[in-house]
Write a protein that binds this ligand. Sequence first.
Ligand code: GDP
Ligand code: MG
Length: 207
Amino acid sequence: MQAKFLTSAADARGLLAPEKPLIAVSGKSNVGKSSFINLLAGQNRLARTSAEPGRTRLVNYFDFGDFILADLPGYGYARVSQAEKGRWAKLLDAFFARGVSHVLALADIRHEPTADDKLMIDFLYRTRTPFTVVATKADKLGKTRLKEAARRIAAACGTGEGNVIPVSAVNGRGKEEVFARLAQVVAAAQNRAESAGEAAEDAEDGE
Ligand SMILES: Nc1nc2c(ncn2[C@@H]2O[C@H](COP(=O)(O)OP(=O)(O)O)[C@@H](O)[C@H]2O)c(=O)[nH]1
Ligand SMILES: [Mg+2]
């Protein structure tokens, strides 16, 4: 199906608790989050791309058929007030408290992960949230430097190289790999739902 926009949440009350597996996309402002979501959707304007980062403090939900994708507000934008940062932190806490199947954590392939990127990854480890690092703007590097960069990002995030997928919204690189990963996530979620259903039946049968 065509991916479609569902709704935006500005605060905890607006957050969804979907039946389908929920995949979150995180990353600092300007990392290429909107462009990446558009790449996955095969649509140019599903998620807005902007030259003015950090203006939207919303969780945007999209229906991708097999899963729901949540575009989290970009972090690390310097020119926002303390109050705004507090509101952002509260919204994210509430979001993760509802549970999520997988996080695609975006990082710019050309740079060392920032302090904020590392805070995000630490948070994912602490909360035992499965994640994949998506290294954006891969078209900006040649083949050799790209491999080095992916290795460096994996090390900085304390994860394996196989858990870093270089992508490019410009040439489409990495799209299939990301979908293959998400297919595994969806299958695992379905298996869990089925065994939970069977366990409930067994309990009813007194087994
Ligand atoms: N070369 C290149 N530029 C990109 C890529 N993805 C995003 N950009 C550019 O990076 C800037 C920020 O992109 P955007 O998707 O709005 O980032 P967001 O703030 O994380 O949503 C824009 O100027 C995009 O055109 C990419 O894969 N390759
Ligand atoms: Mg954006």
